[in-house]
Each structure stands twice: as structure tokens, then as C-alpha cells.
Design a binder for this molecule. Structure first.
Ligand SMILES: NC(=O)c1ccc[n+]([C@@H]2O[C@H](COP(=O)([O-])OP(=O)(O)OC[C@H]3O[C@@H](n4cnc5c(N)ncnc54)[C@H](OP(=O)(O)O)[C@@H]3O)[C@@H](O)[C@H]2O)c1
Length: 237
């Protein structure tokens, strides 16, 4: 039986992924800060889920991941779906720093922990829900875009490292456009996917050991266009 941990499983994409993994025979360690939502989710697949309340920005993050892994009896897949981001037109530093705490520092701790675990085990899979927002800077939520750029760049570095070390660790970077969750905060939204559809495409990408995917697939077109826009033009948009 395959074993997975999802950091950020209490709602949205992480929750849909948890249910999908359970329905595909995985034992799943579900985590997040909201105890009540974790308890509710646990009742949906009580024989598949192992839950642990984890604030990814708090102390003992790695110890908690270890505890959950022991409860599962091992680990094959670690998914980092935790994320926050605020619209910050007034450039308030108090809105920017928490985003860095979750999307950069906690992300970093979790993927390094997972990398070393899988290095020792000689195999495993890491999947992170980054964002199309990480492809360019963004005036509306600068820390969010920058934090997602950090994730994208970091995962590329890790992929390079697995090749250098000849390690069988697959690293999937899933980059959604808009998914219908609390995180879809922009005023103008389009091509919005349901969390269930997003989760299915991410699950298929994990099974296929894909490096990078866009959620949904047509967001590849936006990604291509975003990367093509020259800087002098982009900065005036
Ligand atoms: N929805 C979109 O349009 C969209 C687009 C691009 C990328 N994404 C990315 O997709 C990922 C999942 O977001 P979502 O759309 O599914 O939104 P969501 O429903 O708000 O899910 C966010 C998850 O992150 C967890 N989380 C936040 N802070 C945490 C912390 N300190 N410790 C542990 N868990 C924490 C939340 O759990 P607790 O609150 O219970 O801790 C929740 O389970 C995020 O990284 C987001 O940036 C979303």
C-alpha cells in the first residue's frame, strides 16, 4: 500500500487530493492547522486517513512529519499544498511576511525533510502546488508571486540535484491558474477549475512522474504568453 502525506489537506486542492489518494488505495497522512476540518475529513475515509494538526510555520515541523510517517508505516509521496497569499495594494509588510513564512520557509523545511527521507530510502516522490503566479512578478500580491517563483526555482534545483546524485526521486511542480477555493482572490477570474478537477490532473501527473504541469492544461498557453512578454511591456501592464 502506497503512503502519502499532504501538508495543507484541510481544504481546497489538498483536501481533494487526500480523498482521491484514499480512493486509489493510498494511506494518507492529512495535516493542517484547522483541527475541526481535519476531524471532519478524517470521518470521510477513517480507514485511509491518519491526521495530525500541524502548523507548518511552528516549531517541530520535521518531528511532526516523522511522527506521521511512523504512523503510516513509511512514506512514498509528500505533497506540499499549504499556501497563503494576500492582495496587498498598500504594500503592508505585515501582509507580506506571513506569506514568506508559509510559502518559502515552511515549503523549504518540508521539501528538504522529504528529500533527505527519500534519499535515505533511495526513492520517493515530492509534489508541490506552486502557481502560474510564480512565472512573473505581480503588483497586486508581490510576496505571493515572489514566493511562488522561489518554489518553482527551488524545485528545478532539486530536480538537478537528483540527477547529479542519480536518485530516483521524482519532483512534480503543479502550477495552477485559478482553482475554485479560498485562495482564488483575484477580482477577475477565468478558466476556473474545481478543486476535484485540479486534484485529478495533479494525481495523474504524479503517477506519470511529470516534472511540471499546468492546472488546467490550457493554462500552458497563458504561461507561454507570460514568459514571452518583454519586461518593458510587462512592467506597464
Ligand atoms: N486556488 C487557486 O486559484 C490557486 C492558484 C494557484 C496556486 N494555488 C496554490 O494551491 C495551494 C493550495 O491552495 P488552495 O487553493 O487549495 O487553497 P486553500 O483551500 O486555502 O488551501 C490552503 C491550505 O493550506 C493550508 N495552510 C495554510 N497555512 C498553513 C500553515 N501555516 N500550516 C499548515 N497548513 C497551512 C490550509 O490549512 P489550515 O488553514 O487548516 O492550516 C489549507 O489546507 C496553495 O499553495 C496555493 O497557493 C491556488
Amino acid at each position: 500500500m502506497q503512503k502519502a502525506i499532504i501538508v495543507g489537506a484541510t481544504s481546497g486542492i489538498g483536501k481533494s487530493l487526500a480523498l482521491l489518494l484514499a480512493d486509489n488505495g493510498y494511506k494518507v497522512g492529512i495535516t493542517g492547522r484547522r483541527k475541526n476540518l481535519l476531524a471532519e475529513l478524517h470521518t470521510e475515509r477513517p480507514y485511509s486517513f491518519y491526521s495530525l494538526t500541524i502548523d507548518a510555520t511552528a516549531n517541530h515541523l520535521e518531528e511532526n512529519l516523522q511522527v506521521l510517517t511512523e504512523q503510516l508505516g513509511g512514506l512514498d509521496l509528500l505533497i506540499f499544498s499549504a499556501g497563503i497569499g494576500e492582495l496587498n495594494n498598500d504594500l503592508n509588510i505585515d501582509l507580506e511576511l506571513p506569506t514568506i513564512d508559509v510559502n518559502v520557509k515552511a515549503f523549504n523545511k518540508v521539501v528538504i525533510w522529504a528529500y533527505h527521507y527519500f534519499e535515505e530510502q533511495k526513492g520517493g516522490q515530492i509534489a508541490v502546488i506552486s502557481s502560474i503566479a510564480g512565472l512573473r512578478g505581480g503588483a497586486i500580491a508581490p510576496a505571493y508571486n515572489a514566493s511562488k517563483a522561489y518554489q518553482i526555482n527551488y524545485l528545478e534545483g532539486l530536480r538537478q540535484k537528483t540527477k547529479q546524485q542519480k536518485l530516483a526521486i521524482s519532483i512534480t511542480d503543479a502550477r495552477p491558474g485559478f482553482v475554485d477555493t479560498a485562495m482564488a482572490k483575484a477580482e477577475k477570474k477565468f478558466w476556473m477549475a474545481t478543486p476535484e478537477k485540479a486534484a485529478l490532473q495533479i494525481f495523474n501527473a504524479i503517477k506519470a512522474k511529470k516534472n511540471v504541469i499546468y492546472i488546467t492544461k490550457r493554462w500552458q498557453i497563458i504561461a507561454f504568453l507570460l514568459k514571452m512578454i518583454p519586461r518593458f511591456l510587462y512592467e506597464r501592464m
